[in-house]
Design a protein around this ligand. Structure first.
Ligand code: BGC
Length: 767
């Protein structure tokens, strides 16, 4: 059947990879072995013959000169990438590394190969396509977002990019920024939460960090790929203004800030047209309104046509072997030769790719064709700091945390917390430098072919023992609630390590903790009032036991130093400072979609929807429009378990002396004081709404600030105008209506502390 399945293709990929690894011996085992051929870009260039090598010229001018020197075949060679494990064509480059894809080098012109790797949370190596190739595994995207720390986002990106470069990769499939519209989204863990300003800021900085290594980063998946179920067939429905004010705004802000060389379009359709051939998304919004100069690459298996896709803005078919057809190989050439697709459009596609290569530095600083050393110890520190900054203390009744180091007995229960921390599944999976103590293959389902349930070797048990060497610290596996309760009785602290595994390609049916975990927590809390629950989850879960449990930490998927990070928070070596980037509902019916659209089909399928393309197309109505996440809860008057922006600390912060200035822009200043006894970081948040009350508060600014006990800092924030504005489709662009605007300096979306108002002048901004 021509409508081949991503699953089948991925399986073939794995088979092919395994076979390759088996037959190619040392070379296949070595991820950074020198290339067999073709990358001659580092040869000294003759400036007269290659005027584009002049780094003083603007990227666009250099791209133009190089384009003019290219043959039709050379241009065509740029507009698709090969998916190494499946690239059986004799024309495929001979120097491919098993990864996500490769665009061949053109030695005649000094154009280096583009080698792509997934890189959301580190340099990925999902099912060990590259034997023995490990990388630093960062915490999940939600954990990074929870830090509300753009500097950390930059640093994490810079770390990923440096490892990628050392492994000979120069295109990072990173920058995942789809807003988390539903608490159950299978890929929520990879993204940066539900708010466009937070997600846009963090993604922009992370991309900037990656590209500081003179390589390309993508931003993905453009746009509205908010759920995994039916991702090949679903149609996301949303009105234009709502779209511009939410998911598109997140992309817009991140692209402005990070200037990614490439944008990856998504799998599904948006308002009736596949995202990778969607003229509104690619031509109107991205290239026309935002004047984006880089190139649009498809997601792997997301292309459905040749001429339509090319006309409507797709510049490169990526991982084409996973598509039903090689649309941008022979067919594209025929379309150009017959005049069906203007040559000018092919030129534009190639020009955009070259522009990304020049503007990021890929051309001037080509990746060295030999392994480079990596400071894994230093990079693991980045992973640890990110995990620590992202942990959110949700509850701490009677200050049972931090735990005194003099504690005599601690019991740790469940989640395989004796050996490591759980990670999220999918193309972002990193094989961490610390090791993988446990991997469980999947039996079926759309993720089965490329995903295993994977733990990073960062043992919470060992980390707790290291910080409390005099205590007796026992581990109980949590299979039996009674045994767990018995072990917990009389301990100074009982810690239940609760896990929820989520993955790309699938959504969990519910956000309940699975198995008997709720029963274990309830039994342990009943046996010992000094119980803490650590949530090692992809995102929010329901907590029916919340009233009985005095302390709860959201540790997300905390990466390869997660065990150490959580232990340091439990003992107070780190003062928790994370803030929720996604609302935790009190019950699932508070969420805009209490169940997963399309899930019933997956459930009815004998193999849990393994054949993801066989699901019948369906529409997802994003009825909440731009009121994603906390704005939806506010609109419904629903009180979530924990609101967006929420997080406790071991110290207390006070806000005072608010000054609000209006006019052309909205600026606020206020004092933040650490009133407790420990140093700590706080994230005061600025929310804005028109005084008419026409819509819920929106996050318009935030700043993470670290203060010593007693220290006061004056913070000034200017509201992002596109958050203050509405999008006006009648007179396309942003419109700030003249009038009074209410502002709140808040601890979270539900807790305003200082409130004020200011008059704003009318203002219009280009789309
Ligand atoms: C994912 C992308 C990823 C690509 C390459 C796709 O399934 O959606 O995020 O970059 O595969 O691995």
């Amino acid at each position: 059947m021509l409508v081949s399945l991503r699953h089948v293709a991925r399986s073939m990929a794995l088979l092919a990879t395994t076979a390759l690894a088996g037959t190619m011996g040392a070379h296949a085992q070595d991820p950074v072995a020198p290339a067999a051929s073709s990358n001659e870009s580092s040869k000294p260039a003759d400036p007269a013959a290659r005027p584009w090598v002049d780094a003083k010229l603007p990227a666009a001018a250099r791209a133009e000169m190089l384009l003019a020197a290219m043959t039709l075949e050379e241009k065509l060679a740029l507009v698709y990438t090969w998916f190494p494990p499946l690239a059986k064509d004799p024309a495929a480059p001979t120097d491919m590394i098993s990864s996500a894809g490769q665009q061949p080098a053109i030695p005649r012109l000094g154009i280096p190969a583009l080698r792509e790797t997934d890189a959301s949370l580190g340099v990925a190596n999902q099912v060990e396509q590259r034997k023995g190739d490990t990388a630093t595994a960062l915490p999940s995207g939600l954990a990074l977002a929870a830090s509300f720390d753009p500097k950390l986002a930059y640093e994490s990106g810079a770390m990923i990019g440096s490892e990628a470069r050392a492994k000979r990769f120069n295109v990072m499939l990173a920058g995942g920024i789809n807003l988390t519209r539903d608490p159950w989204g299978g890929r929520n863990f990879e993204y940066l939460g539900e708010d466009p300003l937070l997600a846009g800021t963090m993604a922009g900085e992370s991309i900037k960090g990656i590209q500081s290594n003179r390589i390309i980063s993508t931003i993905k998946h453009f746009a509205l790929n908010a759920q995994e179920t039916g991702r090949f067939v679903s149609d996301a429905k949303i009105g234009e203004a709502a779209f511009r004010e939410s998911d598109l705004l997140a992309f817009e802000l991140a692209i402005e800030r990070g200037k990614p060389g490439s944008v990856m379009c998504a799998y599904m359709s948006v308002n009736g047209d596949f995202a990778c051939e969607n003229a509104f998304l690619l031509n109107t919004v991205l290239k026309q309104d935002w004047a984006y100069p880089g190139y649009v690459m498809s997601d792997w298996g997301a292309v459905h046509s040749t001429v339509k896709a090319a006309r409507n803005g797709l510049d490169q078919q990526s991982g084409g072997e996973l598509d039903t057809h090689m649309f941008f190989r022979g067919d594209l050439k025929k379309a150009v030769e017959s005049g069906e697709l203007p040559l000018a459009r092919l030129d534009d596609m190639a020009r955009r790719i070259l522009n990304a290569m020049f503007s990021t530095g890929v051309m001037d600083a080509p990746v060295v064709d030999a392994p480079q050393p990596i400071d894994t110890a230093k990079n693991a520190e980045v992973a640890q700091r990110a995990a620590e900054a992202g942990i959110v203390l949700l509850k701490n009744e009677k200050n049972i945390l931090p735990l005194a180091k003099s504690a005599k007995r601690i019991v740790l229960i469940g989640g395989h917390a004796d050996i490591g921390v759980l990670s999220g599944g999918g193309s972002s999976q990193v094989r961490s430098t610390g090791g993988i103590p446990l991997e469980i293959p999947l039996k079926n389902g759309p993720a089965a072919s490329f995903v295993r349930v994977t733990w990073h070797a960062s043992s919470p048990l060992a980390a707790i023992r290291a910080l409390a060497p005099k205590a007796r610290v026992d581990f109980v596996d949590g299979s039996d609630p009674d045994a767990a309760a018995a072990a917990a009785r009389n301990a100074d602290l009982a810690i239940v390590w609760a896990t929820q595994w989520t993955t790309e390609a699938e959504d969990p049916e519910t956000i309940d903790l699975d198995g008997n975990q709720n029963a274990v927590i309830a039994a342990v809390a009943a046996a010992n009032p000094r119980t803490a629950v650590v949530l090692n989850t992809g995102g929010p879960v329901l907590m029916p036991w919340l009233k009985q449990v005095p302390a709860v930490l959201a540790a997300w998927y905390p990466g390869q130093r997660g065990g150490e990070a959580v232990a340091r928070v439990l003992f107070g070596d780190v003062n928790p400072s994370g803030r929720l980037p996604i609302t935790f509902p009190a019950s699932i019916d508070q969420a805009p979609r209490p169940s997963v659209p399309g899930f019933e089909q997956v459930k009815a399928s004998p193999d849990r929807g393994t054949d993801a393309r066989a699901i019948k197309p369906f529409v997802i109505d994003y009825k909440e429009g731009s009121d994603v996440g906390y704005r939806w809860y506010a609109r419904q008057g629903a009180r979530p378990a924990f609101p967006f922006g929420y997080g406790l600390s071991y110290t207390r912060f006070a806000y005072a002396n608010l000054k609000v200035e209006g006019g052309a822009a909205l600026t606020v200043s206020f004092d933040v004081t650490n009133r407790g006894k420990r140093e700590g970081a706080d994230v005061p948040q600025l929310y804005v709404t028109p005084a008419t009350g026409a819509r819920p508060l929106r996050l318009a600014g935030f700043e993470r600030v670290t203060l010593k006990p007693g220290e006061t800092r004056r913070i000034t924030l200017t509201a992002e105008p596109r958050v203050v504005a509405d999008y006006d489709t009648a007179r396309p662009g942003w419109h700030v209506a003249a009038g009074t605007y209410r502002v709140a300096i808040a601890r979270d979306a539900g807790q305003p502390v200082l409130t004020g108002a200011a008059e704003l002048q009318e203002r219009r901004l280009a789309p």
